[in-house]
Design a protein around this ligand. Structure first.
Ligand code: NDP
Length: 231
């Protein structure tokens, strides 16, 4: 039985991934900030546990809830941009953001995936599992000069790309793969209504890519359709 852990599993891409893996027969362990409100996640048949990826203590408690179960796939999916922590939509440049806003985005988008992998390293080793760090094209040095107006978000995703590479190096000897993944422009609260991909379609494609992922691809930056994304 495949076991899949998803952070930020209560809405958007995370919920779509949870539904997809449930449809494939996997055990889904979903983490979210407000488990009691995660009605759709529970209805999909996922296990629901409290998880705030901006808090080391919360991540440790979540790890304890997972226990010693082998984890086949970990999606570090939870993510925010600076509007989630009070920044004005049009004031997210490097000269606009406050220290608190920038730190909060780094906490959730970078330190969250760092601490999640530390908390679940033994579980991942036991399954020779896969870590999917949900990044973004705006974390790419090739893409960022053209798009991405939130300096904290783009910086956090660029750093997440590097973290993915560093995690892949230390986990490769144990057969654990780690990739950074651009999920596409997904019609969620973050992606907005003009986005090109339905969450269910993105999730379906991503699940196929993850299924076919081999240890030879560890340390790569891929897109939702399996193609390589430029760093
Ligand atoms: P949404 O804003 O729709 O959902 C974000 C999810 O992350 C929610 O479940 C939210 O929970 C959760 N979350 C936020 N902060 C925390 C936290 N501190 N602890 C736990 N969970 C948290 O975004 P998407 O579904 O669109 O994005 C999913 C991932 O994909 C993100 O990492 C995002 O950066 C990335 N991405 C998305 C793109 C898009 O077009 N949508 C494009 C490129 C990348 P809550 O309900 O509690 O807020």
């Amino acid at each position: 039985m495949t076991t899949v852990v998803i952070t930020g599993a209560n809405r958007g891409l995370g919920l779509a991934l949870a539904k997809r893996y449930r449809a494939l027969g996997a055990t889904v362990i979903g983490g979210c900030r407000k488990p009691d409100a995660a009605v759709d996640l529970a209805a999909a048949g996922a296990e629901v546990h409290p998880l705030d990826t901006g808090s080391g203590a919360s991540i440790a408690a979540f790890g304890a809830a997972v226990g010693d179960r082998p984890v086949d796939v970990l999606f570090n999916n939870a993510g925010i941009d600076a509007t989630a922590v009070g920044a004005d939509d049009g004031a997210r440049g490097a000269l606009d953001l406050t220290e608190a806003q920038f730190r909060s985005v780094i906490d959730v988008n970078l330190l969250g995936p760092l601490l999640m992998v530390q908390a679940l390293a033994d579980n991942l080793r036991a399954a020779r599992g896969k870590v999917i760090n949900v990044s973004s094209q705006v974390g790419s040095f090739e893409v960022a000069p053209r798009i991405g107006r939130d300096a904290s978000y783009a910086s956090s995703k660029a750093a997440l790309n590097m973290l993915s590479l560093k995690q892949s190096q230390v986990l490769q000897p144990d057969g654990v793969s780690v990739i950074a993944l651009h999920p596409g422009w997904v019609r969620s609260d973050m992606g907005g209504p003009r986005a090109t991909l339905e969450p269910a379609d993105a999730a379906s494609s991503i699940a196929s890519v993850v299924d076919g992922l081999t240890i030879d691809q560890t340390g790569s930056f891929l897109q939702w359709d399996g193609s390589v994304h430029p760093w």
